[in-house]
Design a protein around this ligand. Structure first.
Ligand code: COA
Length: 261
């Protein structure tokens, strides 16, 4: 497993927890942090036993309070486009990660931090979570996919409200508008994230992977193509041992034991 000064990974029972650990700066994303996140996910891709990833921030105040404003302040036109593109690529790799990624948000998820949470497949928020895209107040716009993914998740009107005002929403409101899947008491955040991860990890691994591929395929394709893709994946799953096991277990009234093939 790779180690980066600001990003650490712990794995237990097929569930990896990736922690962004720069609490003195509210886990703000400087280039080293972004590289560390990328390296962590690249390393996890090769772990055949991995079932689910939980992504979280160290400390009690923040998931990630945004891209590092000290770094952003130095941008010019070309470097600005490059900053945006490079961040987008890392987040895109998370979105395309073949196992489910859960963001556990227990504090500020602002700017690039909110966008990072949006690139994850599920978001669990504590009551202390604060989601926001304050970029227009800094003279920029969200540049790590925020204008695209927030609108897809909560609808254009709500996304426009958050992005144009730059105001934060708390965990409760985030859950109401679908930005978070669920809001939980702060002290329970990581336990609840692990419970959610465990529930997913108990299902057939290849089916979970194909379900993700089909969900995101549908987002990015025409209805015709998305349905054809779903049918192809459905057909592929019919040849897996896990399908035989899942159905046999149901018929035999026992719990399935999936081998992941
Ligand atoms: N980039 C760089 N440093 C950041 C940061 C960011 N996005 N967010 C927080 N920090 C740093 C602060 O500068 C401060 O560093 P210092 O102690 O060396 O001065 C430290 O993290 C703690 O933050 P602080 O502002 O003192 O905490 P707070 O509780 O008073 O306020 C926030 C918390 C989140 C409201 C405030 O830090 C903030 O507005 N951050 C910027 C959020 C933002 O605009 N993000 C989008 C960037 S595109």
């Amino acid at each position: 497993m790779t180690q980066n000064r600001y990003v650490r990974t712990e794995t237990s029972g097929g569930i990896a927890t990736v922690t962004i650990d720069r609490p003195a700066k509210l886990n703000a994303l400087n280039p080293e942090v972004i590289a560390g996140i990328d390296e962590a996910f690249v390393a996890l891709r090769d772990d055949g036993d991995l079932r689910v990833v939980i992504l979280t921030g160290a400390g009690d105040k923040a998931f990630v309070a945004g891209a590092d404003i000290g770094v952003l302040a130095e941008m010019g036109t070309l470097t600005g486009a490059e900053v945006s593109r490079a961040g987008q690529e890392v987040l895109r790799r998370i979105e395309r990660f073949p196992r489910p990624v859960i963001a556990a948000v227990g504090g500020y998820a602002l700017g690039g931090g909110c966008e990072l949470a949006l690139a994850c497949h599920l978001r669990i928020a504590s009551e202390r979570a604060r989601f926001g895209l304050p970029e227009v107040g800094l003279g920029i716009i969200p540049g790590y996919g925020g204008t695209v993914r927030l609108a897809r998740l909560v609808g254009l009107g709500r996304a426009a409200e958050m992005i144009l005002t730059g105001e934060m929403v708390d965990g409760k409101r985030a859950a109401e508008i679908g930005l978070a899947n669920v809001v939980v008491p702060h002290e329970e955040l990581m336990d609840r994230a692990r419970t959610l991860a465990g529930r997913i990890a108990g299902n057939a691994p290849v089916a979970v992977e194909m379900a993700l591929a089909s969900l995101y395929g549908a987002e990015e394709n025409s209805m015709e193509n998305a349905l054809a893709f779903e049918a192809t994946l459905f057909g592929l799953l019919a040849s897996t041992d896990d399908m035989k096991e899942g159905m046999a277990a149901f018929l035999e009234k026992r719990r399935p034991l999936f081998g992941g093939s």
